[in-house]
Write a protein that binds this ligand. Structure first.
Ligand SMILES: [Zn+2]
Length: 238
């Protein structure tokens, strides 16, 4: 099955935390999205093994995205050949125009690993002659695929960004993002985890900069090109 976008994340809840509003906006517009968790995020703070996976399925349902887990080990995720090939295989199988690799430089080593391995996977997915490469056999039977854009949402475990490539106004879908994150009671305390209040404060801060209630920010692997500048929303300072 083909998808419009692939979202690569270390743990269930990373994509929702970093770009849950954007995911809701995209699927409301009819985009088909596959969310790829590299690990299952176990163990969790507040629940037995397996509960987080159930909650991840519920979050996917609420956001109308498909979801899968590649089964790498939580806490020891690394930018390895195996991880690069596994993600490149998914890219070639599902042929997305857009890939989102959550993470960017971050205090959590699992999140930090996502950046390099996703960048590498996007590049490896476009190459041929894998039958001549030791270890490249999993890619040899698939057609190359060129991803149009690779974006990175801001990870809330890293310092604020002074500059970013673009922001998405997620004000209209923000209540759904709140509900999706609140559903993860395996990792956020029931009844209003303070961390969730801080997460929302970041989305409000970037919204305030841009003149809307809530915004999610992104960096881009390459400079952005538009057909016409009239696609941009107005900004408070022009
Ligand atoms: Zn995480």
């Amino acid at each position: 099955m083909s998808y419009d976008a692939l979202v690569v994340a270390a743990h269930p809840d990373d994509a929702e935390t970093q770009m849950g509003g954007t995911l809701a906006t995209l699927t409301d517009a009819g985009q088909r999205i596959l969310l790829v968790d590299l690990t299952d995020g176990e163990p969790t703070a507040f629940a037995a093994a397996g509960v987080r996976a159930q909650q991840a399925r519920e979050a996917a349902r609420m956001l109308s995205v498909d979801r899968m887990c590649l089964g790498f080990q939580d806490r020891f995720l690394a930018d390895t050949q195996a991880a690069r090939v596994a993600v490149a295989q998914l890219i070639r199988a599902h042929r997305p125009r857009w890939v989102y690799g959550t993470g960017e430089a971050c205090v959590h080593p699992d999140h930090a690993a996502v950046v390099g391995l996703t960048r590498a996977a996007v590049f490896l997915a476009r190459l041929g002659q894998w039958e001549q490469v030791p270890g490249g056999q999993p890619l040899a039977d698939q057609e190359p695929w060129i991803v149009e854009r690779l974006f990175f949402p801001h990870c809330k475990m890293e310092p604020p960004w002074g500059e970013f490539a673009f922001a998405v106004d997620v004000s209209a879908v923000y209540e759904r993002k709140r509900q999706v994150l609140a559903a993860y009671t395996s990792i956020f305390a029931r009844g209003g985890d303070h961390l969730l209040t801080l997460y929302e404060a970041e989305d409000q801060y970037y919204g305030r900069l841009l003149g809307v209630a809530h915004a999610e920010i992104f960096r881009s692997a390459a400079p952005l090109l538009v057909e016409t500048p009239i696609v941009f929303s107005p900004a408070p300072q022009g």
